[in-house]
Write a new protein. Structure first.
Lengths: 475, 217
């Protein structure tokens, strides 16, 4: 049954809360592997849902689920060896919440009923709060408080948005079950005014969670204060789930003939996010905050690509996959840096090349990837988005897009050069260890492999996802 | 006219105004208990005008338990633990807050009038109450600095959104299972916020969010 995909991690997560540490670590890795296996099985032969009104397999959800499950395996592996070095106040809670987090994200990916999607996304906020909060430092407490409060209020607005979308059904006396698929098939009959209102609220609500500027304020704090495995999950998996909510509503809007409206909103939010991130990345002293702002930027790129549509839509989906792989790899490398240097300030990490050479390779490779340079996939996806923007007649937006990307690149280059080749002052605290190097390398490598060769099944999902709303791969 | 529902709606409006004007934490918690219970009742009464099902009654009881007892209970625990009796320096004063509350009611009447929805007379009043509650919650979150008051503001916002849903959408969509999920999220949310609150208090010796200002660019 389909529900087992999210019930498995939810169940093991609850158990792991009470298990001794060593056993908990095994459960974490094994559950990750089982989850990936279930996901791939589901990809090849779609499982049947027990409650078809609430859960179902949609291509967009499958894509998000696959990405989440894939990076979770690497992050779980890394987390086990990270926790050996780093004292944590309560490791069972960390392990349990990571699994619960995986469960709620999978639930969001498979949700078919708008309210179920809402419940799952709100639940991701709640179970990930302890992950950020685990060290109980003053800064972690502040970050968690902002995260929980801002996201809860944001998501509450998304609930209001879903009520309005329901109202757009009732206003015209439509009597179909409230699921995304039946909404999509009757989209033309829905009341356009209320649909638009609902779309705005959902966009602002889930946009808060996705980290679109100006609602992104919680994101740099939470991503930088959380332990690195949790940051990698937040950035690589959680943001995609929030995006999924927006994407589903955008699909509905396009099918209802209002794609222009939601598309231009997405373009606006996207450009603004990239620009804001660019401004904050310049002269950013803290490298984990830098990575967090880069997530804001990349979410902006995805929103922009979806808003443009056509070829750019394909680019946006590629961007989603590669951003998750590269960014989680970078956060894991950043975890090695934090262990090695004991600081998050870039200025104190000079001499990374000499002291932590293997981490340097991963970190530098990740930065090349995240800056959108070949051979990593973000190069291809950003190129496709720019091409798409010109093709669909958005030259001004494309120009702004390119300018903002250059701003981001300038900020990234500045900080990475300083960190990699700057003067070396410090001795390292925890030496490198092969087992903590392999996961970030693996994630980077999969990005390179995916940009050269893409499995048929994955390609089919992307095409299925975008063809519903007129995305193409042929331009 | 169903006078029962009108009485309840007026009580909810009153609770919003009271919460904006009160400085004592304990009073705020009691007001929230009243508001939670009234919102649950409003949900039940609105449903009765349509069709009543067994699940509706059952859900009413669960909701009353969660919104009227469990959540206020958690808040009560939080207030006694942190030993803070009143909000001393709100960002916006109590008289100004009350005035804003009254303004909010007028605004809600205006908004509801402009919506051109074919609502029956009672439902218009529900919508006015809902929008006021929603706005009042947001206002409370922004104008107070104590973390507990912000949680209370969030709860009020949720109450408002629930009322919007109850007044606007047909009950047939709101399957009980889904509403249970929303309630569960709310309950766990308040629990998590309570835990963080406890830790804020332990670390900073206060629950004032003005202390939370280290992280910025």
């Amino acid at each position: 049954m389909l529900e087992s995909v999210f019930l498995l991690p939810l169940f093991t997560g609850l158990i792991a809360l009470f298990l001794p540490v060593k056993l908990g670590r095994i459960v974490l890795v094994v559950t990750g592997l089982l989850h990936l296996q279930l996901t791939i099985l589901n990809l090849l032969h779609p499982l049947r849902p027990m409650a078809p009104g609430y859960f179902g397999v949609a291509p967009a959800g499958l894509l998000v689920l696959l990405v989440t499950s894939f990076i979770f395996v690497f992050i779980a592996w890394y987390a086990v060896f990270y926790m050996r070095e780093q004292e944590m106040e309560s490791e069972p809670i960390f392990i349990g919440c990571m699994l619960l987090f995986l469960g709620t994200m999978s639930m969001a990916a498979l949700a078919e009923h708008p309210m179920v999607l809402w419940i799952a996304i709100e639940a991701t906020t709640l179970v990930s709060a302890p992950l950020i909060f685990i060290n109980r430092s003053k800064r972690a407490i502040e970050a968690t408080w902002k995260y929980v409060l801002i996201c809860s209020v944001g998501i509450a607005l998304a609930l209001l948005g879903f009520f309005f979308i329901t109202l757009s059904m009732d206003q015209v006396g439509l009597d179909v079950p409230l699921t995304f698929s039946s909404l999509n098939s009757t989209a033309r009959q829905l009341d356009p005014l209320w649909l638009k209102t609902g779309c705005i609220f959902v966009l602002i609500g889930f946009g808060t969670k996705m980290g679109l500027a100006p609602m992104h304020t919680w994101l740099p704090d939470a991503h930088s204060e959380a332990p690195s495995p949790a940051s990698a999950l937040l950035s690589g998996a959680l943001l995609n789930c929030a995006f999924l909510g927006i994407y589903k509503v955008h699909t509905l809007m396009v099918l209802a003939g209002l794609g222009e409206f939601s598309g231009s909103l997405l373009i606006g939010f996207g450009l603004f996010s990239i620009l804001m991130a660019g401004i904050f990345i310049l002269r950013q002293p803290d490298y984990k905050r830098l990575l967090a702002y880069s997530s804001v930027e990349n979410m902006g790129v995805i929103a922009f690509g979806v808003g443009i549509g056509g070829l750019a839509l394909y680019g946006a989906m590629l961007h989603l996959i590669h951003h998750s792989l590269i960014k989680s790899s970078l956060f894991l490398s950043a975890g090695n840096l934090v262990l090695g240097f004991g600081t998050k300030l870039a200025a104190k990490c000079g001499g990374m090349v000499r002291l932590l050479p293997r981490t340097f390779v991963g970190f530098f490779g990740g930065f090349i990837g995240i800056s959108g340079l070949p051979p990593f996939g973000l190069f291809l996806s950003e190129l496709l988005i720019i091409l798409g923007a010109f093709q669909t007649g958005h030259p001004l937006a494309a120009g702004l897009f390119i300018a903002s990307l250059i701003l981001v690149l300038a900020g990234l280059v500045q900080i990475v050069t300083a960190m990699s080749f700057g003067p070396c002052e410090e001795e390292i605290l925890v030496p490198e260890q092969l087992l903590r190097i392999v996961p970030p390398y693996g994630l980077l490598l999969s990005s390179v492999v995916l940009s050269l060769w893409m499995p048929d099944a994955l390609y089919r999902i992307i095409v299925d996802t975008i063809s519903i709303i007129g995305g193409t791969i042929h331009g | 006219m169903f006078t029962g529902i009108n009485v309840i709606l007026v009580l909810i409006l009153l609770s919003v105004l009271l919460s904006l004007g009160s400085s004592r934490m304990m009073a705020l918690v009691k007001i929230m208990a009243l508001q939670g219970a009234m919102v649950s009742c409003a949900g039940l009464l609105l449903e009765q005008q349509g069709s009543t099902g067994h699940s509706g009654i059952f859900f009413f009881q669960v909701m009353l338990l969660v919104k009227g007892a469990l959540i206020p209970g958690l808040l009560y625990l939080a207030v006694t633990r942190v030993a803070i009796k009143r909000e001393v320096e709100p960002i916006i004063g109590y008289h100004a807050s009350l005035l804003t509350g009254l303004g909010l009611i007028l605004l809600s009447v205006y908004i509801t009038g402009r919506l051109h929805l074919s609502l029956a007379g009672d439902y218009a009043l529900v919508l006015i109450t809902a929008v006021t509650t929603l706005g009042g919650g947001l206002f409370l979150m922004m104008s107070r600095t104590k973390a507990i008051t912000q949680v209370i503001g969030y709860l009020m916002l949720e109450n408002g959104i629930y009322l919007v849903g109850a007044s606007l959408t047909k009950k047939t969509h709101n399957l009980s299972l889904v509403e249970f999920g929303i309630l569960l999220d709310l309950l766990v949310g308040v629990m998590i916020m309570g835990i963080i609150l406890h830790n804020i208090n332990r670390t900073f010796d206060d629950v004032d969010t003005a202390y939370l200002e280290q992280l910025k660019d």
